[in-house]
Every structure is written in structure tokens, then in C-alpha cells.
Write a protein that binds this ligand. Structure first.
Ligand SMILES: [Cu+2]
Length: 271
């Protein structure tokens, strides 16, 4: 190699800097891959334990749909960790190793393509994306299907800025808090009186658009008694963030007495 002074551009040496000094060229790729593997293991461990480290981060799983949705969220995040780490580790390593210490107004060395690397990269990305799409569609079909059992229908109407819940099979009882019996499949028929809203109960893992003039439907099977929240997930005006209602999942007996009391009140009110 020609005897070039330190810092001089070395023609024919696209890795720039490797020729200077007496230290041998470090095995960059191997080093990056080792760092990447360690970062991936640590990242996956972090993702799998995130719910322990930040207990309120995810809603409780209170429906049969929530199990699949929650598993998918975790699974997709775990699959994303090696990809994210590959980008971040390569970027951080490159910045630490090859950054320009002093700007000299020179162009960087030309980069030539690597057909093997490019083919591997494109094929593995395509396969991963294809798998995620097929998996996601299969789960969506599964979650969208009606759960077995006797359906209870609830008509949900959104308007700026509240939700109303009507029980058509119970004399048209209409309330602003949603009560549901546990372990009974529910059909929500959702619409809006004014603008687009989105009916979302995080604990039941359901979300569906509420569109004026249209009725959209979604099923859920609550599996755990408790008090949860329904909120609007579509920016719908000034008080959008106040557009939320209480959701109570009650025992079968608890729901019967609640709806019975509502029917009596509703009947007296001339409904
Ligand atoms: Cu809204």
C-alpha cells in the first residue's frame, strides 16, 4: 500500500482508515453480529417482562377476544426486536467507528452493492411481512366471528361527546353506562348521530368505527367481572377526550337484577 500520511484519503481502500496505524482491521461484521445477538436477547427479555415493569401499560384481558389480541401484540413485538436491533446496532456501531472526526470537505468512499446481502435482506423481509399479514388476517377472521351461545344485542350510539347504550331485547332500555353479563356473547351494533367516532373497549379488545348513517358490528365475550372503560378512539371534536363511559361486567344474576331495575325505571318514564 502507498505510504499515505494519517488522515489522507486512501484511493482503492473504500473502508477508509483501515490502512492507517499498525492495528489489524477488526472483524467488524462479527463484532456487530455479537452485539446484535446480545441486544436482541436483552430486548426480548425486556418486552416479555414489560407488563411486570410497567403494570398499567396494557389493559386487563377481560374477554375471549383479548387473549388472542394480547398474544399477537406480544408476538409481533418480539419479532420486531431483532429487526429494530439490527438497524440500531449497525447505526450506532457505524457512528462510533467511522464517523468523520474532522470535516474535511471530502466525499465519502463510494459504496458498491452486495447482491448476496441485498437478496438475503429483501427475501427475509418479504417472508417476515408475508407471515405477519397471513397470521394477522387469520386472527382477525377468528376474532370477528360470533362467539358461541345466546347473543345479547346492544345498540351503541355515539354523539358529541357521549355514548348511549340501548338494549333492544329489554324494552329498549337506554343508559349511559354499559352493563354486560359475564360469559355471554354480546353483539354491539354501532352507529353515530353526528360525526365519525370509534367505539373502543380496551379491556375487551374491541374497537369499531361509529359512522353516521351506517351500522357497524362487533362481537365480544366478556370473561371477567369488573369495571372497565369504553372510550372514543377517533378525534371527534373539542371534548373528544371526555367521551368515555363506564363498562361493568356483572355476574349473570347481577346483570338480571340491574336490567330489571332499569326496565322498571324506563317503563315508569314512559319509554
Ligand atoms: Cu368521539
Amino acid at each position: 500500500m502507498a505510504d499515505l500520511g494519517p488522515g489522507a484519503a486512501a484511493p482503492g481502500n473504500p473502508r477508509g482508515g483501515a490502512g492507517r496505524g499498525v492495528r489489524p482491521e477488526p472483524r467488524h461484521i462479527r463484532r456487530v453480529l455479537v452485539i446484535w445477538a446480545i441486544a436482541t436477547v436483552l430486548g426480548i427479555a425486556l418486552v416479555l417482562n414489560l407488563h411486570r415493569l410497567l403494570p398499567g401499560l396494557l389493559p386487563p384481558m377481560a374477554s375471549s377476544e383479548a387473549q388472542g389480541v394480547d398474544f399477537t401484540l406480544g408476538f409481533f413485538t418480539v419479532l420486531a426486536v431483532p429487526v429494530a436491533m439490527l438497524v440500531w446496532v449497525f447505526a450506532a456501531y457505524s457512528i462510533a467507528t467511522w464517523r468523520v472526526r474532522r470535516f474535511e470537505g471530502l466525499d465519502g468512499p463510494p459504496i458498491s452493492g452486495s447482491p448476496v446481502l441485498q437478496t438475503t435482506w429483501i427475501l427475509s423481509s418479504a417472508l417476515l411481512c408475508l407471515f405477519l399479514v397471513v397470521y394477522g388476517l387469520a386472527l382477525l377472521t377468528n376474532v370477528s366471528a360470533a362467539p358461541p351461545g345466546r347473543l345479547l344485542t346492544v345498540d351503541v350510539t355515539g354523539q358529541q361527546w357521549q355514548w348511549n347504550f340501548k338494549y333492544p331485547s329489554r324494552g329498549g332500555v337506554t343508559t349511559t353506562t354499559l352493563a354486560l353479563p359475564v360469559n355471554r356473547p354480546i353483539l354491539f351494533r354501532v352507529t353515530s348521530l353526528d360525526v365519525d367516532h370509534s367505539f373502543w373497549i380496551p379491556a375487551l379488545a374491541i374497537k369499531i368505527d361509529a359512522i353516521p348513517g351506517e351500522v357497524t358490528t362487533v362481537y365480544a365475550m366478556p370473561t371477567r367481572e369488573g369495571t372497565y372503560t369504553a372510550r372514543c378512539a377517533e378525534l371527534c371534536g373539542l371534548y373528544h377526550s371526555y367521551m368515555q363511559s363506564r363498562v361493568r361486567v356483572l355476574s349473570a344474576g347481577g346483570f338480571s337484577s340491574w336490567i330489571g331495575a332499569q326496565e322498571r325505571v324506563w317503563g315508569r318514564g314512559g319509554g
